[in-house]
Design a protein around this ligand. Structure first.
Ligand code: DLL
Length: 436
């Protein structure tokens, strides 16, 4: 029996009833205990009792990252701090980080949705997890850790880094699941190959990868180099951490959102209006069961489409398409919108290129210029510069043909692109420093 499968296969009408009950309680709690939410609702003239159906969520104000920052550190908490047993924070590269808090019950809820995520990915009690997500303020490490313990999975809390040692521990402890960012999984695959360790013959059977955008092309690469099923998992600190949605191992076709805990919408980035099923929009999430840090209509900046079609695994929860990228990672190069993941898909279809890449953006004579740095495959690199330039030229043409953007492609030697230990840095934007 799969953990909580009754919750995940509820008929939609019953799920809606559960959601509206929980939504009303959450809105009431926000209104009564968080001055920010009360003010924002008062401004729109919305009262908690206006929420009568799930669709009424649209009456509520959006919450943005800036609103959380303005209330740094604990201003958005809906319980006194003596009831908060854990905090996490998202890495603020600019300015202050966003701090999120959990009550004891929140920690249990999170462990439960993470255990359910692992179960959807095919893990069962008795499995073993190599957990290379970072431990600390980042939610990845501890989120997976508590989920594994909740499910009854033995966890190696290795965190990120010390890559060669990780390979040794995978060989010795025989984990069945590898959990880390997809870019770190690739780093591990390469390190194992360098050490002449064939991970395809190891105990690993599944990889549960997330925390950054990745493509189906990257999935095939990881599956074939590691001999596993690669499963996508989504989440964000502001909403709970990992465990908001996950692919099922049966279909690997969209991430089931745990709708009994999270109400999900997809809206037009500019107008905030809902977009129809199947169309891309910005994902907006309202927490339904959180105590310490409830969120109302949080604008995630993540772009995806929702699919309500029943899934072959039997779950009735809506599926979210793999995230294309974040609104703030979208580059606009001479008027053409481009996400790094689109470039990734094209590079990875070129056999002579390796999956290690990084984009650079410059500004010259008021024009944005995109350079795509990518490593050649080892056989290409041994053929020398001319061969590498020919491949670069072809990739440049493919990028122009398929994405419509003019980019300069530079094929580099092995090891020239920095290896990731957590979330990969896909874009180096020189425009800001050039403006100074
Ligand atoms: O990255 C939580 C997490 C940890 C998810 C481990 C999955 C695995 P944050 O650091 O707050 O939390 O970053 C959240 O990461 O808004 C997305 O932009 C991105 N992200 C997370 N999962 C995916 C994914 C964690 N599967 C931000 N695909 C989110 C694409 C993802 N982007």
């Amino acid at each position: 029996m799969i953990l909580d499968i009754e919750q995940e296969t509820l008929p939609r009408e019953e799920l809606r009833e559960l959601q509206v009950r929980r939504l009303r309680a959450t809105v009431e709690r926000c209104y009564q205990t968080v001055p920010y939410y009360r003010d924002a609702m008062d401004e729109l003239g919305v009262r908690p009792n206006h929420i009568q159906s799930v669709e009424d969520v649209r009456l509520l104000p959006f919450t943005k990252k800036e609103n959380l920052r303005e209330n740094y550190p604990f201003g958005m908490f809906a319980v006194p701090t003596d009831q908060v047993v854990r905090i996490h924070a998202s890495s603020g590269t600019t300015g202050k980080p966003t701090v999120v808090g959990y009550t004891r019950r929140d920690v249990r809820t999170w462990a439960r949705v993470m255990a359910r995520s692992l179960a959807a990915a095919g893990l069962r009690p008795g499995d073993r997890m190599h957990n290379a997500y970072g431990y600390g303020l980042f939610t990845g490490g501890l989120g997976f850790h508590y989920g594994a313990e909740e499910l009854g999975v033995m966890v190696t809390p290795i965190s990120g880094g010390q890559t060669q040692r990780q390979i040794m521990l995978i060989r010795d402890f025989e984990p069945t699941a590898l959990c880390c960012t997809p870019s770190y999984a690739l780093n591990l695959a390469e390190a194992a190959e360098d050490m002449k360790v064939d991970l395809r013959k190891s105990s690993l059977k599944v990889g549960i990868f997330g925390a950054e955008p990745w493509t189906d092309e990257m999935r095939y690469e990881l599956e074939s180099r590691l001999g596993i099923d690669a499963i996508d998992i989504y989440g964000l600190s502001e909403v709970i951490g990992p465990g908001v949605g996950v692919e099922c191992v049966e279909a690997k076709d969209g991430l089931h959102v745990f709708e009994d805990h999270f109400l999900i919408e997809s809206v037009d980035v500019n107008t905030g209006q809902p977009v129809p099923y199947g169309e891309s929009g910005e994902i907006v999430i309202t927490s339904l069961t959180k105590e310490a840090f409830p969120v109302l209509r949080y604008r995630t900046r993540d772009i995806s489409a929702l699919n309500p079609a029943p899934c072959r695994c039997g779950r009735t929860h809506v599926r979210m398409q793999r995230i294309t990228g974040r609104t703030d990672d979208m580059l606009i190069i001479r008027g053409v919108n481009v996400f790094p993941s689109q470039v990734e898909a094209i590079l990875m279809q070129t056999e002579t290129l390796s999956p290690f890449y990084q984009l650079e953006v410059f500004r010259e004579n008021n024009l944005d210029l995109l350079t795509v740095n990518v490593e050649g495959s080892p056989p290409l690199v041994t053929q020398g510069r001319d061969a590498m330039d020919r491949v670069a030229h072809k990739a440049q043409k493919d990028i122009k043909d398929f994405i419509g953007v003019t980019a300069k492609v530079v094929v580099k030697a092995t090891g020239e692109i920095p290896r990731s230990e957590g979330k990969a840095v896909r874009v180096v934007d020189h425009r800001k420093s050039q403006n100074k």
